[in-house]
Design a protein around this ligand. Structure first.
Ligand code: NI
Length: 168
């Protein structure tokens, strides 16, 4: 069990683009285990490698229907549009209404290195888009309306002070 520190908005690693996984070795398996432990400990629904300071295209999701591991995930199809409230562990779970595609189809890899296709809708589709954004250095605040952005920054600074983190 390895619970890692979750990087908070303002940490530059959250703005980096993660690189493709070339080989699925023990390091990647350990990374997936760390992400899973850290996500579960924080009671989150998803966590991307950037959020624990690792720039690999790996993320985990669990919306209460079992663990989904994403390795080099790519969206190949998007349908519809829907706005829902969405949070992120890198924002202390602060949330904002965010527009997303209603349905997505992705190609990802499993631990054997085989390509797997996942068709998702609802919360799972949202979580997948959220985690892939993380791997590209994109955060919910980028997709929030201006007024929501201001609210998030204010709240976040309060929480940062409470948690002994530096304001930004
Ligand atoms: Ni997030």
């Amino acid at each position: 069990m390895a619970i890692k520190k979750i990087r908070i908005f303002g940490d530059p690693v959250l703005r980096e683009k993660a690189s493709e996984v070339k080989k699925i070795d023990d390091k990647i398996v350990n990374l997936i285990n760390d992400l899973t432990d850290t996500m579960r400990n924080a009671k989150g629904a998803g966590l991307a490698a950037n959020q624990i300071g690792v720039l690999k295209r790996v993320a985990v999701i669990d919306i209460g229907e079992g663990l989904i591991k994403l390795i080099n995930p790519k969206i190949i199809k998007k349908n519809g549009e829907i706005e829902e409230i969405e949070g992120c562990l890198s924002f202390y779970s602060l949330n904002s209404p965010i527009n997303r595609a209603e349905k997505v189809t992705i190609i990802t890899k499993n631990l054997e290195g085989e390509e797997v296709k996942i068709e998702a809708e609802g919360l799972l589709a949202r979580a997948i888009q959220h985690e892939i954004d993380h791997l590209n250095g994109i955060l919910i605040i980028d997709n929030a309306l201006d007024e929501e952005k201001r609210k998030m920054v204010m709240e976040l600074n309060k929480l940062k002070v409470q948690n002994g983190e530096e304001k930004f």
